[in-house]
Design a binder for this molecule. Sequence first.
Ligand code: KIV
Length: 305
Amino acid sequence: MIEHRDVPGLYGASSAAPGVSAPRVTPESLRERKRAGVPIVMVTAYDVVGGQAARAAGVDVVLVGDSAANVVFGYESTRDIRPDELLALTAAVRRGLRTPLLVGDLPFGSYEISDAQAIATAQRFVKEAGCDAIKLEGGGVNAERARAIVRAGIPVMGHVGLTPQTATALGGWRAQGRTADRALELAKDALDLQEAGCFSVVFEAIPSEVAAVISAKMHVPVIGIGAGPAVDGQVLVFHDLLGIREGHGARFVKRYADLLDDMVDGVAAYAADVRSRAYPGPEHAYSVDGEELSAFRAAVEDLAG
Ligand code: KIV
């Protein structure tokens, strides 16, 4: 079982007495971190172990991203994941989490049609999966969906720049905001989401200088992924940062471990041990009292077989 480790944060490493859990992260405490200039750490997770790892590492925000479509379900696109699939993963992460803020990602097609649809889906993520907040992609009409969800009492995180659910319409998997016109559109989307009441906005794949200019206009925390250092925090996909997927991923990915290699090595060593009969050894087997065994052997002779 992964133990909670109290880690340095806004309140310092010793804010919680030994054995006492650190305070839960809230949208307000994230704003305090922004005001204090303390970088916010966000990571995705998709199961109870991921949630426990994030909590033990002292992460501030855990997102159960619709990137689960790719890294968990093996779908081609994040558009393919269904609310029920993401809800099940989110509920599992919740069971591994206490301190970090848990954000659920609204899947493509589950919030865009109307305010009523957006509120109903957001409520499912709170009621069925225990989310503290939800995230949705894009500005424009989706800023109005964000406003409706906030008014219904659910904190919302926005997401602008490269928004995977609409990547095709954005010209594919490429950085956004590389022309003055497009950068201005991104600035408007981010400010609209902030005005709609979002407590935070993710900036994905935006040139660092553009992200810095927009971020300076924001009073809610901006979490970057491929948006450079001049934002209030960073997010990476669990499988990317731990090397649990093949290939190098996007330019902004930094790998902190190579777990896929370790997993393949471990399973291959197990397979070799089974084939050579090196596993199981005596230390992996159960024993039985000698008299009981003799009695059993005698009795079993009488069984037909
Ligand atoms: O789905 C996801 O993992 C995300 C993050 C990359 C922000 O949206």
